[in-house]
Write a protein that binds this ligand. Structure first.
Ligand code: ADP
Ligand code: MG
Length: 277
């Protein structure tokens, strides 16, 4: 089976302002299957954003390779296929809006592909429906909430019929309500449309939504597994300076104080059930 995303021995070095080489990715080996939801966590500077930018050829490997649906991102002829397959959503909702009306913003990508207007209208309607933003079709994007703006950015990717959504801390600038809206929209796209999701976050509760959590440190993937495999290692994650979901942390402290609780508790529901059997 061909992997949807495949990085082999991928290294990336930036050249700093002073001319020094900064190794941001250090021999990354990563495979992601189509339809998978992968969360990426790690301290600031661990290489998460650099990894994300390789997925749609915004950056190219210094050494090693990155293939998207079998297309080597370093081959210039593949650029269109790679960018068409993988859409990016970044942290700042205001930096991603290009038009003065929501529907024009979502239509921007397909218009640049030269798709005929009727087909664009259909794509825009479907994309807005998928993120529950149809009612805002004729609104001005700059008047929307942060969570709504991020959902418009996601709709823009959907309108390109991308198969993979890469989100780099999409909720970092949002309030709790906006965070919830964005995460729910992403979950739905993954579950109902089979969109492959790479979701970088420092909100550990968000990472619980993933099939697999990847932990980065110093440009390397140091751990990966299901959310329960990762978040049951509370002491280790804390030693890396990372948070864990609140219930995993509370469970950890209760165990340390002698309460007999399983270390597999990572969600609020699991903690409640364990404490009130
Ligand atoms: P994260 O997203 O996990 O915070 P980044 O991928 O942004 O990490 O950065 C990884 C490393 O690369 C850091 O040491 C960072 O300082 C360095 N870095 C990122 N972008 C640049 C750049 N444009 N020039 C030089 N160094 C960079
Ligand atoms: Mg980053």
């Amino acid at each position: 089976m061909q992997e949807f995303i495949k990085m082999e021995d991928l290294c990336h070095a930036y050249t700093s302002y002073e001319g020094n080489q900064v190794v941001a990715l250090d021999h990354i080996n990563l495979s992601v299957a189509k339809g998978e939801f992968v969360a990426v966590i790690g301290a600031n500077g661990s290489g998460k954003s650099t990894l994300a930018k390789h997925l749609n050829a915004l950056l190219l490997p210094t050494s090693g390779t990155c293939h998207i649906k079998g297309h080597d991102t370093a081959v210039i002829e593949n650029l269109w296929a790679v960018r068409q397959t993988v859409g990016m959503v970044f942290q700042n909702p205001d930096n991603q809006i290009v038009a003065a009306v929501v529907e024009e913003d979502v239509a921007f990508g397909p218009e640049n592909l030269g798709i005929e207007p009727a087909a664009i209208q259909k794509r825009v309607s479907e994309a807005l429906a998928a993120v529950d933003m149809e009612a805002y079709r004729h609104h001005a994007p700059h008047l929307l909430s942060g969570g709504q703006k991020q959902r418009i950015a996601i709709a823009g990717v959907l309108a390109m019929q991308s198969e993979c959504l890469v989100l780099d801390e999409p909720t970092a600038m949002l309030d709790p309500q906006g965070r919830l809206e964005v995460l729910q929209a992403v979950k739905r796209l993954n579950q109902e449309q089979g969109i492959t999701v790479i979701y970088i976050t420092h909100f550990m509760e968000e990472a619980l939504a993933a099939d697999r959590v990847i932990v980065m440190e110093g440009g390397k993937i140091i751990m990966q597994g299901t959310p329960v495999t990762i978040f049951s290692q509370v002491a280790y994650l804390k030693s890396l300076g990372l948070d864990v979901p609140v219930s995993a942390e509370v469970g950890y402290y209760l165990r340390q104080n002698g309460l007999k609780l399983p270390d597999s508790i990572i969600t609020d529901e699991e903690l409640v059930v364990a404490l009130c059997p």
